[in-house]
Write a protein that binds this ligand. Structure first.
Ligand code: AOF
Ligand code: ZN
Length: 390
């Protein structure tokens, strides 16, 4: 495989970055293909785009196959630009390398190697063995990887990408002292949270939130602020429900709770064995994940979500105690905060439960990645700064 920077391109391949950016854009428009990566493909012949494709959902055609189908009879001698290395294995669908070879493409350009050990490097080797040159457009690699951080993290570290969402007032409060919290943030912010749920393989919460608020934590496609194209692009994944996960050490989740009653599967991580008088319906699986202190181990939960349930992206929507525990354990990749421009007072409930900091050097620091307005609220995305980099 030849690695090429944009400044090494010549007249014959000067359009590759533009076409690869389009392949990445097609992938980016996929809300989720969980447990699979977001992938896009563009087929070009004689300087003209003859087919585009993307992987809409697990079990559906891979991006290359959709692009080949869309191009029809014209694929012989075309260049295939794919945001990820084409697969060479038979999974839910057949190998893309076979489809590309049968279609007679002349060359394949990729933005990165697939980190899945079943595929990694093998897709490139299969194509090259068949005499098809493969080029790695290295300058677009970071952009292509960024849309699959969860998939890459799961393949490489056995952990999902964790986003922790919090909604709070300007004075950092999540509820009034009497518990009233519906709604601190605006409907627009809540529609934005629906988008985050739609991207996520799983939504994680704690028993405290289930008992206090009885949330459904489900995906409600009608509430999503999406245009018609995006809805069409994501029809299949919008019909799915993310896995809902409750961390419940004493197995107190009420059988009649909304989280269980809503469509879709629920996993309850507990520190105990199953409680005899608690018979959950078939959509609920109880999994033991205890630590030495007989509470639920957050790391074990994440490892299990990655290995047992193939979760790429996880959204924590929990109360202050559990959210803070995830943050303090260093398990959060992104903090997504919605701040409503209102004051709830100092007797209202704090958004974080972090005590015992002795000096400013002990503070937990973040870097702002994105900042904007949704409806009347502020939306800020932050990433943790490691203590070594403070
Ligand atoms: C591609 N093109 O569009 C995608 C790829 O079991 P399957 O058939 O769903 O395959 C899943 C694996 O295929 C996934 O883990 C990843 O290695 C690769 N994804 N490959 O050539 C695509 N989505
Ligand atoms: Zn494939």
């Amino acid at each position: 495989m030849q690695t090429l920077s944009n400044n090494e391109l010549n007249e014959a391949n000067i359009d590759w970055p533009v076409n690869m950016r389009r392949a990445i854009e097609l992938a980016c428009n996929v809300i989720t293909a969980t447990p699979n990566p977001r992938v896009g493909c563009v087929l070009v012949k004689d300087g003209v785009v003859i087919g585009e494709g993307w992987h809409a959902a697990a079990g559906e055609d891979h991006a290359e196959v959709m692009a080949l189908n869309n191009a029809g009879e014209r694929t012989h001698g075309a260049t295939a630009l794919v945001s990820l290395e084409p697969c060479s294995h038979t999974g839910r669908t057949g190998p893309c390398t076979d489809a590309l070879l049968e279609a007679g493409v002349a060359e394949v350009v990729i933005a990165g190697i697939d980190p899945d050990p079943k595929v990694s490097g093998k897709g490139v080797a299969t194509l090259e063995k068949a005499g098809i040159p493969v080029f790695h457009l290295v300058d677009l690699e970071a952009t292509a990887r960024a849309i699959n951080s969860g998939y890459i993290k799961r393949q490489q570290l056995g952990l999902p990408y964790v986003c922790c969402k919090l909604a709070m007032s300007l004075d950092g409060r999540t509820a009034l002292a009497n518990g009233e919290s519906k709604w601190i943030s605006s409907a627009a912010a809540r529609a934005d949270v629906q988008k985050q749920r739609a991207r996520s393989s799983a939504i994680v919460t704690g028993i405290g939130t289930v008992l206090a608020d009885d949330p459904s934590l489900n995906l409600r496609p009608d509430e999503l602020d999406l245009d018609t194209d995006s809805r069409a692009h994501n029809k299949i994944s919008l019909a799915r429900q993310p896995l809902r996960v409750v961390l419940d050490s004493q197995l107190r989740t009420p059988v009649a709770s909304r989280i269980i009653a809503a469509d879709g599967d629920v996993i309850i991580y507990t520190a105990k064995g199953g409680r005899k008088d608690q018979t959950f319906p078939d959509n609920v699986e109880v999994v033991k994940a205890a630590n030495a202190a007989a509470s639920v181990s957050l790391l074990s939960v994440l490892e299990s979500l990655a290995s047992k349930f193939a979760c790429n992206e996880v959204l924590v929507e929990a109360g202050s105690i559990l959210s803070s525990a995830f943050i303090q354990s260093g398990l959060v990749d992104e903090l997504l905060v919605y701040i409503a421009p209102r004051l709830l007072g100092s007797d209202a409930k704090a958004s974080f439960e972090l005590t015992g900091l002795q000096s400013l050097a002990d503070s937990i620091d973040f870097e702002i990645k994105d900042l904007g307005k949704v409806g009347k609220d502020i939306r800020v995305s932050l990433v943790p700064v490691s203590p070594a980099d403070k």
